[in-house]
Design a protein around this ligand. Structure first.
Ligand SMILES: *Cc1c(COP(=O)(O)O)cnc(C)c1O
Length: 372
C-alpha cells in the first residue's frame, strides 16, 4: 500500500518485541542465540546420530512430563506439520467414518481430507457459524471425533470432553498446545505443529497418543490398508520410539521445540504457559470491552480464545490501515484471517509473547486510531 498514513508511534508505545502473528509466531530470541551458539555441533549433523536423537528424546520426555501422560501414551513425531497429520489420520487412525466439528478454516480442512478419502465413508460434519463452535453428537457409526482445541482462524476455543461411546478423540491442538489446559484422559490424540503456541518452527507434527490410539494405528496398519510411507503412522510410531523421524526433519525446529519445552518445564510447566496467555488475552478483551471502536468478535466469553484474539473494528476504522501503520512501526502480523473477510485484527497471545508487550500494543492501537 502506498497510502499508509505517516504515523510514528512514540517510543513508549512500541513493544519490546513487535511480533504478534498467529503462526509462525514469536520465537524466543534467546533460543535463536542458543541455536547459533551450537556452531558446528548440531546443525548439519546426522539425524540418525545421538546429537539429534537426544534432542528428540528431550522433546518426547519433556512433553510426557508437561502433560503428565501416564504409561501407555506415546509422543509420536513426523515431518509435514498438522496439515500432513490430517492425511496421516485419514490413513492410519480413522477406521471407517469420522465426525468433524467445523468452525473455521483449519477444522474445515481436516473435514475435507476425510470426506475426499476414497477408503473412508463420507465424514459426519457439524458446522457452526464462525465465532462459535459446534457440539459433538455421539454417534454409533463414528469411530473418530475430530475436534480443534483452538480454531486459529476465528479465535474460538472449545472444551475437550470425550463423547460417550467408542470413538477415538483426535484433537488439533496446534494453537492450543502449551497454552490451554487439557485433561489427557479426554483425548486419544493431541496433535500440533510447533510454530504457534510452542514458538518453534514449522514443518513438524507432534502427536500425544493414548494406548487406544496406538492400538488403532497398529490394527489399521496390520489390516493391509494401503498408505503412503510418508503418511504412515505405524512407521512414525516405530521411528519415534527410536527418537527419530521416518524422513529428515528440520533440525532447527527440533532444537527450538526442545528449548521451549525445557523453558516451560523450568518455569512451572503448562501452568506457566496458560497463565501468560490468559494474562495477555484478558488485557485485550478488557481493552476491547472499554473501547468505543473495537469489540471482541467472539461474543460468548466461554468460547473466547486465550491464545488468538480476534477483534472487530468499527467500519469507520480500517483494520487494514491500522495493520499497515503498526507494521510500519515494527509491530507485525496483526491482520485478521483473510478468508473470514471481516474488518478485524487478530492478535496472538502465545506464551512467548510478553503480557506487558500486549498492554503496550493496545495503547499503540488506540494511538494510531486517534491519529487516523
Ligand atoms: C496453523 C494450523 C494448522 C496447520 O499447521 P501447518 O503447520 O501449517 O500444517 C492446523 N491446525 C490449526 C489449528 C492451525 O492453527
Amino acid at each position: 500500500m502506498s497510502d499508509i498514513p505517516a504515523i510514528a508511534l512514540p517510543d513508549h508505545l512500541i513493544p519490546a518485541d513487535g511480533r504478534f502473528g498467529s503462526g509462525p509466531s514469536k520465537v524466543d530470541t534467546a533460543a535463536l542465540d542458543a541455536l547459533a551458539a551450537t556452531g558446528s555441533g548440531f546443525m548439519g549433523t546426522s539425524h540418525r546420530q545421538e546429537t539429534v536423537r537426544s534432542m528428540v528424546g528431550i522433546i518426547r520426555l519433556g512433553l510426557t512430563e508437561l502433560y503428565g501422560l501416564d504409561d501407555g501414551y506415546e509422543v509420536v513425531l513426523g515431518v509435514g506439520g498438522a496439515t500432513a497429520f490430517w492425511d496421516c489420520a485419514s490413513f492410519g487412525l480413522i477406521q471407517r467414518r469420522s465426525q468433524h466439528l467445523v468452525f473455521g478454516e483449519f477444522s474445515s480442512k481436516f473435514a475435507a481430507v476425510t470426506t475426499a478419502a476414497p477408503h473412508l465413508d463420507d465424514a459426519d460434519v457439524i458446522v457452526a457459524e464462525p465465532g462459535t463452535h459446534p457440539q459433538p453428537r455421539p454417534t454409533a457409526d463414528v469411530d473418530a471425533y475430530a475436534f480443534t482445541h483452538n480454531e486459529t482462524s476465528t479465535g474460538v476455543t472449545m472444551p475437550i470432553i470425550r463423547p460417550d461411546g467408542e470413538g477415538l478423540v483426535l484433537v488439533d491442538a496446534t494453537s492450543a498446545a502449551g497454552a490451554i489446559d487439557v485433561d489427557p484422559a479426554q483425548f486419544d490424540v493431541y496433535y500440533f505443529s510447533p510454530q504457534k503456541a510452542f514458538g518453534s518452527e514449522g514443518g513438524l507434527w507432534v502427536a500425544l497418543c493414548s494406548a487406544a490410539a496406538i492400538e488403532r494405528i497398529g490394527s489399521i496398519g496390520a489390516s493391509g490398508r494401503w498408505m503412503p510411507a510418508f503418511l504412515s503412522l505405524p512407521l512414525a510410531v516405530a521411528n519415534s520410539q527410536l527418537n527419530q523421524t521416518y524422513n529428515t526433519p528440520a533440525l532447527a525446529t527440533l532444537f527450538l521445540l526442545a528449548r521451549q519445552v525445557e523453558r516451560m518445564l523450568d518455569a512451572g510447566g503448562l501452568a506457566w504457559g496458560i497463565d501468560r496467555s490468559q494474562r495477555s488475552s484478558s488485557t485485550i478483551y478488557r481493552w476491547a470491552e472499554a473501547s468505543d471502536y473495537a469489540q471482541a468478535f467472539v461474543t460468548d466469553p466461554a468460547m473466547r480464545s486465550p491464545t488468538v484474539v480476534t477483534i472487530d473494528l468499527d467500519p469507520s476504522v480500517s483494520a487494514d490501515t491500522v495493520e499497515a501503520v503498526l507494521r510500519a512501526n515494527g509491530i507485525v502480523d496483526t491482520f485478521g484471517y483473510r478468508k473470514l473477510g471481516r474488518n478485524q485484527l487478530r492478535l496472538s497471545c502465545f506464551p512467548n509473547i510478553d503480557p506487558d508487550d500486549v498492554a503496550t500494543l493496545t495503547a499503540a492501537i488506540d494511538h494510531v486510531v486517534a491519529k487516523l
